[in-house]
Design a protein around this ligand. Structure first.
Ligand code: PEP
Ligand code: MG
Length: 746
């Protein structure tokens, strides 16, 4: 069977290669391909349909259908058999097309007389480009070998499309990667940036698809696979201990040694493909299976196999990630996903980041925020659309990417950036003035931090101190548990950089969305409500003790503030406090210098703590509301879930009333209170928090200016009245009323 197919598809491929080699124009090339495919496969019809836009396919060349229908016949995705092939990304092979599900008769083509239909998707690495069809009058299903041959032609077409071989007249024949593309995605970090694409992993381009000598190609393939096996073994040898990475590498090793995988690729070579085309054909099949897979585990494994194919392609083509290309001016990083360590290596030289996947709480997003680099996540297709060096504009505020923008977009975007720059100048001019309101209240504005990279912002932003130092970031960006001395040195550097300003160190807040790569992942049904933060610290106190020691040593006679995350009841606070007391006693015994002052606080992130006993409020030395978590539990709406995370407004009267009650409780017991969730950095939200009595807010550094600017223009008594009136009027959220008030300001 394979032998017959070998000669068939090999012959076909040989003729295709000649077509590719000649200097014909785009349309002429397409015509030649339809002609020779119909001829080789013995069918009356061969047609090529390409996407005109995301939703529409256009007949671009045909042998057998009426020539006047070329560039006239169009169909929507999902419409007719061709549209169905495109939508499903699957082959349709039928002996009786007119009575098949979804058949649509196109009179202008004259196709009604053809009974058999075989349509295969033209796609490259999961990106849909069009559909290739053969039809014949005789009612018969096409054999597996014929299907294979047509798939190979489709693959060649896809590669040629990528290489711009069909550029010519007609909208569907426009050069790829030249048109403006707008991608609507999700905000990962606010801010705008203009620059040039830098692909973290540039795609592999396969130019020689046809193999002359199967023996040579087989040898090339087996050598490359051997090379791959060795490199995976080497990676495994150095990865020991890093469990998640080891698991992935184990899966790589299993696939790299899989006989089935190699056999399928060898069969592709026997049918006429070059070694790299054989790998890519297998990769396309894997991607098709991935699209169908509903089981998450299976999808992940197929993803591993896909990654492995990429590695193999890089070995075969010699195209490494190090392509020798220079980082362009104002680089905007484009990647499917990226680890926090890799992102830190790029550092502040990046102007923006666009990720095809990612999530708001991912480690990469955390690092992007620390570096204040605009980030857009979930940017579908960006990897396929973008080429190194492409002009790109990233709107982190709206979660939009403009790739190769046209002049109108460029000028509108630049206007927006200029306005933002003006606003920045305004903020800079009030940097050293306090956030005094018109009614004479002063609001303390601190910043949130987590990496050394954050600390320069302490000076630039005008923040009074660090209200929340998320210590887990140092744990998250490493591949191994940091040592006590390393941590002590790092915390000491943080205190040095703060130059006497207050820094509140929050102890390790892991679990939920923050999973340490080197700690065993807990398989919990609901991690946000699971074993996290102080719960882990108290149950397995080793790491917490080590961290407390590191903090005490870092302070080395200076004032120290420590805050425990996710305290849900009084006893958790007392137990954690007891650990601090023990650590202090130990340090004293060892003769180390103790902090000049030591204040121990807690984060209020669960509604339960708002109702804790008075004793707790009297004992705790300060409280900070973690609004991100508190809000998710108050509304029972997962902060990581795009579907619900924006569903409830922070300015909802129920939530504001709840926060006001906490403020009042703290006022009664004299407990210092601050707010350090993301909402503190949103000017309107910050204003309302100040109006209900909060006098200390901690936010990302870039927010200090905008928040201060607004606070200085407002009278909190007026805003409080607006809030209370809205509540009394039965409004669901006070936002409309507050916005109305703000519009009335001069
Ligand atoms: C919060 O929950 O509001 C908070 C500041 O902590 P994190 O976002 O790190 O959970
Ligand atoms: Mg929290």
């Amino acid at each position: 069977m394979v032998e017959r197919a070998e000669s068939e598809s090999r012959k076909l491929l040989g003729r295709l290669r000649d077509t590719m080699a000649n200097q014909a124009e785009g349309q002429e090339r397409l015509d030649q391909i339809t002609h020779l495919t119909a001829d080789s496969m013995g069918t009356e019809v061969c047609s090529i349909y390409l996407f005109r836009d995301d939703e529409t396919l256009e007949l671009c060349a045909t042998q057998g259908l009426k020539s006047e229908s070329v560039h006239q016949t169009r169909m929507k995705l999902g419409e007719g058999l061709v549209g169905r092939v495109a939508r499903m990304g699957k082959i349709i092979n039928t002996a009786d097309a007119p009575s098949s599900k979804g058949f649509r008769y196109m009179p202008e083509t004259g196709e009604e007389i053809y009974s058999s239909f075989l349509g295969v998707p033209i796609q490259r690495l999961g990106e849909k480009l069009g559909v290739l069809v053969v039809q014949s009058k005789t009612a018969r299903e096409f054999s597996a070998d014929e299907v294979y041959a047509l798939e190979v032609v489709a693959m060649v077409l896809a590669e040629m499309t990528e290489l711009g071989a069909f550029v010519g007249e007609g909208a569907a024949l426009r050069a790829r990667h030249t048109q403006p593309v707008l991608i609507r995605a999700i905000t990962g970090q606010e801010g705008t940036a203009e620059g040039h694409v830098w692909l973290h992993e540039p795609r592999v381009v396969v130019t020689n698809l046809v193999g002359d000598d199967p023996d040579t190609e087989r040898r090339r393939l087996t050598d490359a696979v051997e090379n791959l096996r060795v490199s995976v073994d080497q990676l495994l040898a150095v990865a020991s201990g890093d469990t998640e990475q080891v698991q992935v590498l184990e899966a790589y090793r299993m696939f790299a040694n899989s006989k089935g995988w190699l056999r399928r690729m060898e069969e592709n070579i026997d049918r006429g493909l070059s070694a790299e085309a054989a790998v890519e054909k297998e990769q396309s099949d894997v991607r098709a299976r991935m699209l169908q897979a509903t089981d998450a585990y299976l999808r992940e494994r197929l993803q591993d196999l896909d990654d492995l194919s990429n590695r193999l392609l890089r070995i075969l083509t010699g195209q490494g990630t190090q392509t020798g290309a220079e980082l362009p001016d104002n680089p905007i990083l484009v990647a499917r996903n990226i680890g926090p360590g890799e992102l830190l290596e790029y550092g502040r030289q990046l102007r923006g980041i666009v990720l095809e996947e990612g999530s708001v709480g991912s480690h990469a997003a955390i690092v992007a925020r620390a570096l204040a680099i605009p980030l857009v996540i979930n940017a579908k297709r960006i990897q396929n659309e973008a080429l190194n060096g492409d002009h790109v504009m990233v709107d982190g505020d709206q979660g939009i990417v403009h790739l190769r923008p046209d002049d109108t977009v460029v000028s509108a975007f630049r206007d927006k950036m200029a306005m933002q720059a003006k606003a920045q100048e305004r903020y800079a001019s009030i940097r050293d003035t306090p956030a005094d309101t018109l009614c004479g209240k002063t609001i303390r504005l601190d910043m949130n931090a987590g990496l050394m990279a954050d600390l320069p912002s302490l000076e630039n932003s005008g923040a009074e101190g660090v209200g929340l130092f998320r210590t887990e970031l140092q744990f998250l960006v490493r591949s191994q548990m940091p040592k006590r001395n390393e941590l002590a040195a790092l915390y000491a550097r943080v205190l040095d950089a703060a130059k006497g300003k207050r820094v509140v160190f929050r102890t390790l807040d892991i679990g939920s969305d923050k999973v340490l790569p080197y700690m065993k992942a807990q398989d919990e049904p609901n991690p946000a409500l699971g074993w996290r933060a102080i719960r882990v610290g108290l149950d397995k106190p080793g790491v917490m003790r080590m961290q407390l020691q590191a903090l005490l040593r870092a302070a080395n006679g200076r004032p120290l503030s420590i805050m425990f995350p996710f305290v849900a009841q009084y006893e958790e606070y007392t137990a954690a406090r007891a650990e601090v007391d023990k650590a202090v006693a130990r340090e004293k015994k060892l003769g180390h210098t103790l902090p000049e002052t030591l204040e121990i606080g807690a984060m209020l992130e669960t509604p339960s703590l708002a109702f804790a006993c008075n004793k707790f409020y009297e004992e705790v030395e300060f409280l900070s509301i973690g609004g991100n978590d508190l809000k998710q539990f108050f509304f029972a709406a997962d902060r990581e879930n795009e579907r619900v995370r924006r569903r409830y407004d922070t300015l909802n009267v129920s939530f504001l009333s709840f926060l006001e009650d906490i403020v009042n409780r703290c006022a009664t017991t004299g407990t210092p209170l601050s707010f350090c969730g993301e909402d503190a950095g949103r000017p309107v939200e910050a204003l309302c928090l100040a109006a209900i009595g909060l006098r200390s807010l901690s936010m990302r550094p870039a927010s200090v200016g905008p928040v201060k600017h607004l606070l200085r223009r407002c009278n909190l008594d007026d805003v409080r009245k607006v809030i209370h009136d809205a509540r009394n009027a039965g409004d669901q959220s006070v936002r409309p009323a507050v916005m109305e008030y703000l519009r009335g300001l001069n």
